[in-house]
Design a protein around this ligand. Structure first.
Ligand SMILES: *Cc1c(COP(=O)(O)O)cnc(C)c1O
Length: 404
């Protein structure tokens, strides 16, 4: 069970005012809020531990290294990964994807094919387009349907012997669609292709078991799951991470350096050049602890109830259209009101202290498919309330009156 009053007390930002109103934060798909428990870990790091890791013999450096490596193990255990060194710390989802794309630039041939989906975030499109430009490989797209799902029949036809890599998000950030990743991975493996799953939007709502999924690469950002910005992870199977060349050169990623020849460090350090976001990595671990203390079963149940209630209430508004009104989705509602620009709704809601996102949500191909400039997106978290949904629905109704 979710004790909503107790949980809300953990998030200091939820008690601030915006335009004289209580903040209603419905932009969780862009970034989640940070609980005091995670803020305290960051403060504690700079108060007690601050030093550079892995290199020092002195006490602070050892304690900071231990805390950072403990966080890696927390992440490993959370995602049920076989080895801690299969978790690479990065600055976030975007960097994780670029790391893999950069690694494959030496491994692909012009006749190879890559497959992405029509539901991707720009950060899971552009790095692959850049990779195709570099290598001559071709990019194929799994189309989407009017319902906001992927067309798996066409995916099956796209796959062939030339397919080397498949990239799909676990959950669409624009619509909330929960994609059938197990099936997508199985089908790709049958023809010998590797799969990268973008989990940025999924990990705040579900707890993926990466060994069970048998995925080759999985990426996410801490800031979408109650952690800080600027830190995230790349999971990769050992044999694949060993195959990929280093992403960046610098300190920490080498085993020895001479002007004649440099040899690279073992995993995970091969991919972790330079001083990392140490406090961020430790706080990433603390964010997972926090979410696990609430429990993903509870989170899933509560957010599902919020989603069902919000969908029912929003549908009462005249002229509303919901994009991706699905059974299998996370707590995101992307909608438009007939003849009103999403930006205008968003601006009026902001006047009322309600934070929603408007625009293409870094997923322009989805908007092009629906032939719209964008949507209003309300995305919920386990710290939101049913009352907040009522206030938003009334707010949208008021906005419509003002705009018509
Ligand atoms: C947020 C998001 C990203 C980008 O994450 P960053 O933290 O900005 O790197 C990529 N894909 C999806 C599905 C997202 O929701």
């Amino acid at each position: 069970m979710i004790d909503i009053f107790k949980i809300r007390e953990d998030f200091p930002i939820l008690s601030r005012k915006v335009n004289g109103q209580n903040l209603i934060y419905f932009d969780n798909a862009a970034t989640s809020q940070t609980p005091q428990q995670v803020i305290d870990v960051i403060t504690d790091y700079y108060t007690r531990l601050n030093s550079n890791i892995h290199r020092g013999v002195h006490r602070l450096s050892q304690e900071a290294t231990d805390a950072y490596e403990e966080a890696r193990i927390k992440i490993q255990q959370h995602f049920n990964v076989a080895k801690p060194y299969e978790i690479i710390f990065t600055s976030g989802t975007t960097e994780s994807i670029n790391l893999v794309a950069s690694g494959f630039s030496k491994l692909l041939k012009p006749e190879d094919e890559l497959v992405i989906s029509a539901l991707e975030h720009h950060s899971n499109i552009v790095p692959w387009q850049m990779l195709c430009e570099k290598t001559g490989a071709k990019l194929k797209v799994i189309p989407m349907t009017q319902e906001g799902t992927l067309d798996i029949k066409i995916y099956k036809n796209i796959l062939n012997k030339k397919t080397k890599l498949v990239f799909v998000n676990h959950v669409s950030n624009a619509l909330g669609t929960l994609n059938p990743v197990d099936e997508i991975i199985k089908m790709a493996h049958k023809i010998g292709a590797y799969v990268l799953i973008d989990g940025a939007q999924a990990c705040a709502h579900i707890k993926p078991d990466l060994q069970k999924m048998n995925v080759d690469f999985y990426v996410t950002s801490a800031h979408k799951l109650c952690g800080p910005t600027g830190v995230g992870m790349l999971y990769g199977k050992t044999e694949l991470l060993q195959k990929l060349p280093p992403y960046q050169g610098g300190g920490e990623m080498i085993s020895s350096v001479t002007f004649e020849k440099t040899t690279y460090a073992d995993l995970p350090h091969k991919f972790e050049a330079g001083t990392p976001n140490i406090a961020g990595g430790i706080a990433f671990g603390a964010a997972l602890d926090y979410m696990n203390s609430i429990g993903f079963k509870n989170i899933i149940k509560y957010e599902n109830d919020l989603l069902k209630y919000a969908t029912k209430e929003i549908k009462k508004i005249d002229g509303i259209k919901i994009y991706g009104d699905l059974q299998k989705k996370t707590a995101v509602i992307s909608f438009n009101i007939k003849n009103i620009h999403p930006y205008d709704i968003g601006s009026i809601l902001d006047q009322m202290g309600i934070a929603v996102r408007t625009g293409h949500h870094c997923a322009q191909p989805i908007m092009d498919y629906f032939e719209i400039p964008g949507t209003v997106r309300a995305s919920f978290s386990f710290y939101n309330t049913f009352n907040e949904i009522d206030i938003m629905v009334k707010g949208v109704q008021k906005a419509i009156k003002m705009l018509q």
